[in-house]
Every structure is written in C-alpha cells, then in structure tokens.
Write a protein that binds this ligand. Structure first.
Ligand code: HEM
Length: 574
C-alpha cells in the first residue's frame, strides 16, 4: 500500500513545492492510512450497480495510482481504454469518471444523453481562480450558461464581427512579421510559442476589448496568465478527489498558487476596466457603461476570457512543428500561399479562401493535436439542479424525492440489493451517488436507477454526477478510423467532406453538441491567417544540431512541452 500512496502523492509533488519536509509527509501518510482503513470497513459505495468496465481499484484513491503523470492524462486514458474498452469507468478518488473513446459511445452520450451530460464539474481551482464566478466554459448547464453563450455567439464574436476584425488580424500579423524580420537580421532562432502566444493574445484582446491591454501599442500578457490558469485548472487537487483531504492542498502550495494567479487575473481585469473608464477625446467613457460596478465587470470578464488564446496559439505551434518536420508538406503549402498572394506583399482574408492545401494542413493539425484533447462534461448534480429549478419544478422534485423515501423498502426488494440503511444514507448524504435525473417532456424527473448508457452488447449504470471525458485525441488517432493514423498527411482531407462542426464523431477538434466551441470560425480564421503569413514571408529550419521534441503536456490545452525553436530566413527581403 505504501508505495502506491507515495506514487499518488507524487501527482501533487510534481506540481507544487511544499513536499520537501518529512514531518508533514509522515503525518499525511498516517492520516491517509487511517482513512483507508475507515473506508475499507465502510464498504463499497457502488454495490448493486452494473458499472462499465474498470481497472481494478484501491480503497479511497480508486484508480488514481494508475493515471501516471497528469500532464499525459489523455494518453493514459487512451492506453487504459485499449484494455478496458471505449466506455471505461474510473474512480478518481471520490469522483466517478467515465472515459469515452469511440465514436459509437460519443453518439450514445451526445445524442441519447446530451442534456444530462451538458454540465461542467465545478472544482476548487475554478472556484478560487474566479471567486466562484462562472465562465461560459465552466458554467453548469442552465439559463446562466445559455445567456453567456448567447453573448459570445450573437454579440462578442459573431460571424459578422469575425469578418470585420480583418484589420486587427492584418495589423497584428504585420507586427509579428516585424519581430521575425528582426530575428532574421540577427540570425537568432525564434521561440514559436512565445511569438504566437503574443499574436493570438493580442488578437483576442483587441477583438473582445476593442484594444490591446495596456492601451494603444501596449503589450497584452493575457496569454501568459491564461496559460497559468489552464495549468492550475488541470492540476491535481486533493480536496476535489478525496473527501476530507482538502487541507492537504494548502500544504502542497496548491491553494497558494491559485490565490496568486487569481490576483494576477484580477489585476489584469482591473487594468482593462481602468483603461476603458478613462474618458476618450469626446469625454465619453469608452465601451464600458459607468453604471456597472467593478465587481459586475470582473464577473463578466471571468466569464468571457478564458479559453481562446492558448487553444489558438497551441494549434499554430503544432502546425509549424509538423511543417518543419515534413519539408515536403511545408514546400507544398508555401508554394500555394506564395502563388495565391503573389507580389502583393500582404496576405488577405480573400487570399485565404483560395488556399485549399493550407486548410488541409490546419485540419490535419487539429486531428493529431486537438488543442482540447479531453472534452470534460458532467452529468447534472441533484443539488445544483435543485438550485436552478423554478418553484414548481422544485415542488415536483421534492414530491418525487419524498415518494422515493417512503418506498424505500419496496425499492430495495424489487430493484436493488441495497439495504434500507444504505439507501437512506444515499438520500440524505450522497444522493447523487445512487439517484439520477431523467429528462422527460414534463421536465426533470428523479429516477431510481440512474442513467443507463447502452452499448451494442450491454447496458451499464452510470451514477449521477459522473464526470465524462470524451477523449477526442484517442478517437483522432484510432487506426480503425484513420489510415496511417499517427502520420501527418494533410491530403487525407482532400475529397473528404468532413468539417469542424462535429457532426461526424470521427473528427471533433471543437467538440460536439451543446457545449462545443462557439468560436470555431474565429479560431480557424486566426490559425489559417497566422500560418499563411509565417509561410509567405519566411523559410523555416531547425537550429543546427537541435532536434524537435514532440512531447505533449496537458494543461487546459495539449501543448508542446518544449517550445518549438526555429530559425527564420526572409524570403522577400534578402
Ligand atoms: C483552435 C482553437 C480552438 C479549439 C481547438 C477549441 C476547442 C474547443 C473545445 C473542444 C471545446 C469544448 C467542447 C466540449 O466540451 O464539447 C471548446 C469550448 C469553448 N471554446 Fe473553444 N477552441 C478554440 C478556440 C477558441 C477561441 C478562440 C475562443 C474564444 C475567443 C473559444 C471559446 C470557447 C468557449 C467559450 C467554450 C465553452 C463553450 C461552452 O461550454 O458552452 N475557443 N473549445
């Protein structure tokens, strides 16, 4: 047991720093052992349920010890699902987790159970980073989320707005070219990650805020903050996974890191607010209505600004990595870009429409490196749902709950092997473990048997409040779905009608269903535009004596662990 526990604690040790002292470590060990014994005596929480296949688990930590390093979670899930199947159930501490890695199972979740699985789990990190405020990407399914998403799609970055932001892309690309030209003149390599993070961060800030952070010509460091936020959101957290062990997150330094980054985020938002409240030439405050309070505005920003920069810059970096690794593809893409743009000395949106091969390169990049490799959804939770219900629904809900309580013995005999004591306990303390909500035409209905997820061979129970990971990274690399799946072959998409909309579950880089990415047009246009500029103006090579490291690391996105370093040579200004 001890070596396993040590491995488990290693998750945290990898990310935080306070584990160097032996006393807290020993204390921790003692606490955990007593916890394990307590739970061993307490018995299994999932008795009587037909759960999907799962690797053997340990008390308390469940399958945590089998997950290896968290920055490879998508790959670990992939390997485990090779053995346990495309619908795999994991016990991540106290969190029931379903890992989905086949197109049939994506269909089962997204077509047959889309609404129940349209929520997002809340976490210590999201609560502390955003002070309990919810961003559109982390909001539970419901009216609040619907309103936020509407702001995104209809107002903030509508299709029309994306087109109108053409000048922003052009100006920012020109600045990027200037930076690269400087590096060319010095003969120094470029850190591609730094370059494209700054580009996408500036584009996102200008398109959403009207100008860059720091004022005209200012430098927006939001990409960096977003990167830190992404890492923390994905980090190991004792409190989220094991009941009663939340105090250990302070010990590991996790809570401290969250508070620090939350403050950085607040400062960033404060600066934006200050800038926009400074009267412009006509003495009118810009953009922000004076009557809104600072707190309202923080809330708004938290909701809007997480998720756009890192995803886009990571995609550009992976595309450039594959192009440098595959000189033939690079040559073909460059030839097309240079032919279409000609001697105009400026890449335009209209040019991009004619770059067929470039579009294939972007599609293939998002197949092998879907920036959001694990789409994380959660089945709705009793308590949260209850809060969102209107009075009538809540009455109905309580009525059904009471009925169920009264029928405890009957239920126990006819349907389950639970003892009345267990079921009472489940109703009073952890209702979500046993009881699910069914969505009927007349609204949500409490069910006794939780959700059934059907496979072609078998029916399984999925406890309510289960977190679902759809592993699109695994689906995108499945050799049964893709010929030479591990190779970068943009041509596979020519003559192939598959698009980004997620209707074909074989290819879902932007997710699918209700929670899919609302900004795929904005993202794809930004990625294509950046790559076209990089290819038009410069030739690219790996610095002599260096090799490209392809290790992936999972934060909010799957990025390159070691940033791509490349030497540019100017194609036009020699
Ligand atoms: C290449 C770039 C991008 C990729 C690959 C990507 C991919 C995704 C994926 C896979 C999801 C989750 C889907 C699900 O859970 O089913 C998502 C959600 C989201 N994305 Fe993107 N995204 C990108 C760029 C952007 C940009 C530029 C923005 C905004 C400026 C953005 C805003 C969002 C938001 C707000 C959500 C949450 C939607 C919701 O929960 O309702 N994304 N994205």
């Amino acid at each position: 047991m001890a070596p396993i526990l040590l491995q488990w604690l290693d998750f945290a040790k990898n990310q935080h720093t306070l584990f160097h002292h032996s006393l807290p470590f020993n204390l921790l060990f003692a606490f955990s052992i007593s916890f394990i014994i307590f739970r061993l005596v307490h018995g299994s929480l999932f008795k009587g349920l037909n759960l999907p296949p799962s690797p053997p688990k340990l008390p308390i930590i469940g399958n945590l010890h089998q997950l290896g390093k968290l920055h490879n979670l998508h790959q670990t899930f992939h390997h485990l699902s090779q053995k346990y199947g495309p619908l795999m159930f994991l016990h991540m501490g106290k969190v029931s987790t379903l890992v989905v890695s086949s197109i049939e199972m994506v269909g089962e979740i997204k077509i047959n159970h889309d609404i129940p699985f349209a929520s997002r789990p809340s976490s210590t990190a999201s609560n502390l980073l955003f002070h309990g405020r919810i961003s559109v990407g982390f909001a539970p399914y419901g009216e609040d989320w619907r309103q936020l998403r509407k702001i995104y799609v209809m107002e903030l970055l509508s299709k029309k707005k994306v087109e109108s932001f053409k000048y922003v892309r052009e100006e920012e690309a020109a600045l990027m070219i200037e930076k690269i030209s400087f590096a060319c003149s010095m003969g120094t390599p470029i850190d591609m990650k730094e370059l494209v993070t700054s580009l996408t961060s500036d584009i996102v800030c200008r398109c959403t805020l009207g100008r860059k952070h720091g004022g005209e010509g200012g430098n927006c460091n939001f990409g960096e903050i977003e990167n830190k936020v992404g890492k923390l959101l994905q980090a190991f957290c004792f409190g989220d996974l094991c009941p009663g062990l939340g105090w250990m997150d302070s010990l590991t330094g996790f809570i401290g890191s969250l508070k620090k980054v939350s403050k950085e985020l607040d400062n960033f938002f404060d600066q934006i607010i200050d800038e926009h409240l400074i009267p412009n030439k006509n003495n009118n405050p810009t953009y922000i209505n004076q009557s809104q309070t600072r707190a309202d505005l923080h809330k708004f920003f938290c909701r809007i600004f997480i998720g756009g920069t890192d995803t886009t810059s990571t995609t550009i970096e992976w595309a450039m990595t594959e192009l440098v690794k595959n000189p033939n593809v690079m040559k073909k893409a460059q030839a097309e870009v240079r032919k279409v743009v000609g001697k105009k000395n400026k890449v335009s949106d209209e040019d991009i429409h004619q770059m067929e091969y470039l579009k294939l390169v972007v599609k293939e990049t998002l197949r092998l490196y879907p920036a959001v490799a694990l789409n994380k959804e959660e089945e709705d939770e009793w308590g949260r749902r209850k809060k969102k219900m209107n009075g009538e629904e809540e009455d109905e809900f309580n009525h059904q709950k009471n009925n169920l309580k009264q029928n405890l013995n009957k239920l126990q005999e006819s349907d389950f092997n639970w003892t009345a004591k267990e079921l009472t306990c489940s109703l009073e303390e952890k209702p979500y473990l046993y009881l699910g909500l069914e969505y009927t035409e007349n609204g949500p209905k409490l069910t006794k048997s939780i959700l059934d997820v059907r496979t072609s061979k078998q029916r399984y129970h999925v406890p309510a409040m289960t977190t679902v990971f759809i592993n699109n990274w695994s689906i995108h690399r499945n050799p049964k779905l893709w010929d030479r799946a591990e190779e970068f072959i943009p041509e596979r998409f020519s003559e192939n009608p598959i698009d980004f909309l997620g209707k074909d579950f074989k290819y879902i880089p932007f997710g699918t269903g209700r929670r899919s990415c609302p900004e795929l047009v904005f993202a794809v246009v930004a990625v294509e535009f950046a790559i076209a500029n990089l290819l038009y103006w410069f030739d690219w090579e790996i610095p002599p004596g260096e090799e490209i490291d392809m290790t992936e690391t999972l934060g909010l996105t799957v990025s390159k662990e070691i940033p791509l370093r490349v030497v540019p040579t100017s194609h036009y200004f020699s």
